[in-house]
Write a protein that binds this ligand. Structure first.
Ligand code: ZN
Length: 308
């Protein structure tokens, strides 16, 4: 039996936050349903941010409720603050992904508060979960800009580790280590991810890479070396960060599934089904830039999947 590795689809969240088309709730839910049907077991379906900040997510509660009603996959939502977490929990999500940036400047720009204020909110979110849904909802702590920041430049590794340690001390169930602006390199990933896996102390570590500088999949291999087994990725390589000028998308889901299988990790994902889905999503989002090589070139006919 091959070891397993997982992809968490973040297209409906990260992938949509900068596109110019507001996708209907029905299409977002169809995207989730077909992603789950293709074998993906975790989907970040939306972001509970104020609609004034990101109009795309005005239907966050409807999307989350609809996805939970489908069953069969872990429904995650990104939240920037306690209010967002309360709304996400009320909608019944399985996982709340809370974001703080290792870079103070990025945190101020992204969620308009200091890291300390974000961490205080995180503790309140854990307390709220324990009060309303004890043992039922997983809370992830995302360390954004771990590998560098478009505003502050280099981010001291110690700042990222300190944030991760603070999350764990406050009760995080998993860590998300994010290259928010797409600057990570494999050697850096191998070193930092290893340390993050140690800090997580047996809890899951999810790596979140963007392919902004062409090293997205190389970074996945480096993170695999470090023991990471869950990766965020977006269908068709959609995605971006409002504070990462020129940033291109997340690593592409279809390519990442192909890589993981090729490296001997069973993903349970039907890559052909994802390629069919992306053709449809491309039609829903006119004028957007789509990435990914496997959808263009195809899976080699003789390719052997990892034996799950
Ligand atoms: Zn991202």
């Amino acid at each position: 039996m091959a070891e397993r590795a997982e992809i968490r689809e973040v297209g409906p969240r990260d992938g949509l936050q900068l596109v110019s088309t507001i996708l209907s709730t029905e299409r977002k839910l169809e995207w989730c349903a077909r992603t789950a049907a293709a074998g993906v077991r975790r989907i970040e379906v939306t972001s509970f941010v104020p609609p004034s900040v990101v109009p795309q997510f005005a239907d966050a509660a409807e999307v989350a409720r609809g996805a939970v009603a489908m069953g069969g996959f872990d429904v995650a939502a990104l939240v920037p603050n306690l209010r967002g977490a309360e709304n996400a929990l009320a909608a019944g999500v399985h996982t709340v992904n809370f974001v703080t940036s290792a870079s103070e400047a990025h945190n101020l720009a992204n969620v308009r508060r200091t890291r300390e204020q974000s961490l205080a909110d995180f503790a309140r979110i854990v307390a709220h979960r324990d009060a309303v849904a004890p043992g039922r909802v997983r809370i992830g702590g995302c360390v954004a800009t771990t590998f560098g920041c478009s505003i502050a430049g280099a981010v001291p590794e110690g700042d990222a580790y300190a944030l991760a340690e603070a999350y764990i001390a406050a009760g995080a169930d998993e860590l998300v280590v994010a290259d928010t602006v797409g600057v990570a390199t494999p050697a850096q990933v191998r070193r930092i991810a290893r340390r993050m896996v140690a800090i997580a102390g047996g809890r899951p570590v999810i790596c979140h890479f963007h392919d902004t500088r062409g090293l997205g999949l190389a970074n996945v291999v480096a993170a695999l070396d470090a023991g990471v087994r869950i990766f965020d990725a977006a269908l068709a390589g959609l995605g971006g960060c409002p504070f990462a000028p020129g940033a291109s998308g997340n690593i592409d889901t279809e390519d990442t599934a192909f890589l993981l299988e090729a490296e001997g990790f069973a993903t349970g994902i039907d890559i052909e089904a994802l390629i069919a889905l992306r053709r449809e999503v491309e039609g829903w989002l006119p004028g957007e830039r789509f990435a990914g090589a496997i959808a263009r070139a195809g899976v080699p006919s003789w390719f052997q999947r990892a034996a799950g």
